[in-house]
Structures are given as structure tokens and as C-alpha cells.
Design a protein around this ligand. Structure first.
Ligand code: SF4
Length: 488
């Protein structure tokens, strides 16, 4: 086990971690390999092919654009999202791409980027093949990559190895507090007399200092906040043929126009939670900058519940009168103690959520193409429920209970994106699951942590349910809502 919190929370672009972020990273890896093998300069053509779910819904998920960006050397976390349309226009207009930004070749999309809607590669639903040719038509490289969910990419060799350990992280890292199951995680907290977040923090110490982990997580939180802010002020229609209207900006206006309404309607906090989730998922659907948490399709749930915590449960200290902002760091870069406590909660939230996400990554899947939406929205709900329970004072047993409730009521949830777009039902589904996560945390906090179905059992059930699920319900847009709602 060697999954870091930053493997689960990655800064990327929408609309899909497995169909956008993954293919982009795979294409970039392929070019890096050509460079590493000294073959880049001899390459005159690259042929790419997407299979399985990537082939079936790749257009709607922007997989084709992601491949072009990856070949051109762009990375999901750093590409300027405002410039993406111009970059694509140039590649498509000139029918040329500069591999890795340095070696230009002809690229005819109709010939060199093929989406196979009905063919799959053998090892995973999200497969892609890239072949590089020299001027004589000889193959320089012929590589298969699989995008296994959450933006993780593995090569054919790693998957064929058959070891799940290798699928997740092909290294031999041994963390100081290793855990693979919920039971092991709970036993560690008992033995060490500490929280789940503390176990995660100590494990993260294997890769970097506490200060760097803290700074990295606060940066993740900043990106989540920016995403919500952009979503709350951007109007219009989402890309794709269904002309789905963005709703977050209008809802934000309504919620901020009448402050007294909240006094009359105690459930208005639910509207805010819905707003945060809608804002993130609309940004995601528009191809904007989001944090994969743990996937893009489910990227709204953790930010929505974390915003709820940070604004309604443990808000930052108010700025004092006189103009000095108490929320800013003090002299010498020292954190304001009151703000420090606020930030501690945010960091513990993200660490706890990641610990639960690791259990799903280790023992089941976070890929809609592999196990349906229970693996995306269900997992994010479970992570958020656990995290909220923890920062509201839950014991590790209560946190485990919250995570279990968050998944139990998503078992069997299919993935049936209408038109292959991450819009219907995905956007609303994130809002519903965010409220569900808060409810799960509250239910767990009202108990003492004892319950019948353990988190490990529900994860196993999720994996088996996913295996039994028909392919048409696993991100292929060939079943469910996807076939009952047609473009008009
Ligand atoms: S239905 Fe769920 S799993 Fe499928 S694309 Fe939408 S959010 Fe992802």
C-alpha cells in the first residue's frame, strides 16, 4: 500500500478523471517514453486508439481533446484551462502537433485518433493504445495504457502482473503505519491512541515534511474554493448537445439576496450545500479546473461537505475592526492561532477522507467504468461522511460507521451519463450525495460506533455488486438514463 493523500486529491481538469485526466497523462507519458528512448526526433506519426468505455463515451468526456493536449506535453494540473480551446484549435486547424511541445509531426485526427465504441482491450474497461512510427513506417513504440479511475494510469505490463498492489502504485514503499482494511486502520488508531487523520499524517511523512503536507493540502483547499467561486459566478449553457443550463450562479444570487430567509428556513443550509456541489460539477462539466476527489465525476461532494464544515460548523475567525485581517498569517509567516485551528480542521478532514478513499482503491475500485457510479459518487460520499464525522469530534469507530453508511445507501448505483456527458445525472447526483454525507456523519455521531455492517463488508459488497453489474451500466452510455433521454 503506497497511496498518498495527493494521489486521491489531484488538481486536474474536467470533465472526467478516468476519461480526461487519465488519457491526457497517458499520452504525455507515451511522448516522454519516446524522448527517453531517443526516438522522439525519428517519430513522424503517432496513431492513437481508445477502447471500451473510453471509446464509447470519449467524445462526451473530452478524451479526444485530452489525448491531443497530452501529446502536446500539457499536464492536467498545470495546463491553462482558459487557453485550451486555442491550443486545440491550432492543432486541429494545422493538422499538426508538437510532441512534448518540441517535435512537430502531422496529426490527422480522422486517421490518427480512433474511438472504438464496441471494442475493448482485455485488462480494463478504459484502454488506449499509442503507436509511434518512423519515416519508413516502422513501429518505434507500441504501448497500451489503462486509465483505472481517479486519473491513475497504468501500463499493460503493470496490470497484467495481476497484483492489485502494482495496479495502484508500482513501487515497494513500506509506510510506517500500513493498512489495507478498515479493521486494520481502526486497530492502528487504537494501538497508537490517535485519530485516523494522525495515522495518515504519519504515513505522509514518508514522502515529505509535515509542513509540506500541510501546505499541499491547503493548496488543494484553495483550488476547491476557487472552483466553487467560479462556479457561483459563471452563467450559461454547458458544452454538449443537451444544452444543460448552469444553475449555481442563479442559486447563489437567490441565497445571498435575502439574508433573513435563512432565519425563516432552517433547512436553507441544505441549499448552500447543494450550491457548492453544483458549482464544482458545473465547472467540471465545462472542462474547468477541479480537484479530482477521488474522481472528477464525483468532484463536488468533498468540496461541498468541506465548505459546509468550513463555513457553518467551524468558520474562520472574523477580521477584527481596524482593518487588519485576522485570517492572514502573522509576522514571520506564523499562522494566526485562531486561523490555525480552522485550518487544522480542514487538513484533518482531507486526511481522513483520503484514508477512507485508500480502502476503496485497495479493495474495490473508484472507477465508474469498472463498478458503476457507486465507485465514484458512492465512494466520495463515504469519504466525505467519514471526514465530517471526524472533524465534528467523532471517534474512529464513529468515523468508520459514517463511511459505511455513506456507501451502504449507494450500493448498486449505476453509471449512465446521458449522451456520455458528465452532466445528467452527475451534477445533481453530487448535490444529493453531499447532503447524504452530512446525514451519514450525523447519524454516526448519534451512535457509539457499533453497527452491523462493517466498512470492510460494504466495500466487499460494492466490489461484488460492480462485478455483477451489466456493462451497459458502467460508463458506456448504453443503458439507464442514457438511453431514455435523447438529444432534441
Ligand atoms: S453517472 Fe456517476 S460514475 Fe457515471 S460519469 Fe456520472 S458521476 Fe461518474
Amino acid at each position: 500500500m503506497a497511496v498518498s493523500v495527493f494521489d486521491l486529491f489531484k488538481i486536474g481538469i474536467g470533465p472526467s478523471s478516468s476519461h480526461t485526466v487519465g488519457p491526457m497523462r497517458a499520452a504525455r507519458l507515451f511522448v516522454q517514453r519516446l524522448r527517453h528512448e531517443g526516438q522522439l526526433d525519428r517519430t513522424v506519426r503517432v496513431a492513437t486508439a481508445l477502447y471500451g468505455s473510453l471509446g464509447a463515451t470519449g467524445k462526451g468526456h473530452g478524451s479526444d481533446k485530452a489525448v491531443l493536449l497530452g501529446l502536446a506535453g500539457h499536464e492536467p494540473d498545470t495546463v491553462d484551462v482558459e487557453r485550451i480551446p486555442a491550443i486545440l484549435e491550432e492543432i486541429r486547424g494545422r493538422k499538426r502537433v508538437a510532441l512534448g511541445g518540441e517535435h512537430e509531426i502531422a496529426f490527422d485526427e480522422a486517421r490518427d485518433l480512433v474511438l472504438y465504441r464496441r471494442q475493448s482491450l482485455p485488462l480494463h474497461a478504459n484502454g488506449m493504445r499509442l503507436i509511434a512510427f518512423d519515416a519508413e513506417g516502422n513501429e518505434l513504440q507500441n504501448r497500451v495504457y489503462y486509465s483505472v479511475g481517479g486519473g491513475f494510469v497504468v501500463t499493460e505490463e503493470v496490470l497484467a502482473d495481476g497484483s492489485r498492489q502494482k495496479q495502484i502504485a508500482p513501487d515497494t514503499t513500506v509506510l510506517p503505519y500500513p493498512f489495507k482494511t478498515g479493521a486494520e486502520l481502526l486497530a492502528l488508531t487504537e494501538r497508537e491512541h490517535c485519530s485516523i487523520a494522525e495515522i495518515m499524517r504519519r504515513n505522509e511523512g514518508h514522502w515529505r515534511s509535515d509542513e509540506d503536507t500541510r501546505a499541499g493540502l491547503l493548496n488543494i483547499w484553495r483550488v476547491m474554493q476557487s472552483c466553487v467561486e467560479r462556479g457561483c459566478r459563471t452563467e450559461g449553457i454547458l458544452p454538449g448537445g443537451f444544452k444543460v443550463r448552469r444553475r449555481a450562479a442563479q442559486l447563489h444570487r437567490e441565497l445571498t439576496s435575502d439574508a433573513e430567509a435563512a432565519l425563516r428556513d432552517p433547512l436553507q443550509v441544505m441549499d448552500w450545500v447543494n450550491l457548492y456541489a453544483l458549482a464544482v460539477n458545473e465547472e467540471n462539466a465545462a472542462g474547468g479546473r477541479v480537484v479530482t476527489a477521488p474522481t472528477n465525476g464525483a468532484a463536488g461532494i468533498i468540496p461541498a461537505v468541506l465548505h459546509y464544515y468550513a463555513r457553518f460548523v467551524n468558520p474562520p475567525p472574523p477580521a477584527p475592526r481596524g482593518g487588519v485581517d485576522a485570517t492572514r498569517n502573522g509576522p514571520g509567516g506564523r499562522t494566526n492561532p485562531a486561523l490555525g485551528a480552522h485550518e487544522d480542521g480542514i487538513i484533518d478532514f482531507l486526511l481522513t477522507a483520503a484514508a477512507i478513499g485508500i480502502l476503496y482503491k485497495e479493495n474495490a475500485s473508484i472507477s465508474g467504468a469498472e463498478v458503476g457510479c457507486q465507485g465514484e459518487v458512492g465512494v466520495a460520499c463515504s469519504m466525505a461522511a467519514a471526514a465530517l464525522c471526524a472533524v465534528m469530534g467523532g471517534t474512529p469507530a464513529q468515523v468508520e460507521n459514517a463511511a459505511e453508511i455513506g456507501m451502504e445507501h449507494h450500493l448498486g448505483l449505476t453509471c449512465d451519463p446521458v449522451g456520455g456527458l458528465v452532466q445528467i445525472p452527475c451534477i445533481e447526483r453530487n448535490a444529493i450525495a453531499s447532503v447524504k454525507a452530512i446525514n451519514a456523519a450525523r447519524m454516526a455521531l448519534r451512535g457509539d460506533g457499533t453497527h452491523h455492517v462493517s466498512l470492510d463488508k460494504v466495500i466487499k459488497t460494492m466490489r461484488e455488486t460492480g462485478a455483477d453489474m451489466m456493462t451497459k451500466y458502467k460508463e458506456t452510455a448504453r443503458g439507464g438514463l442514457a438511453v431514455n433521454i435523447v438529444e432534441c
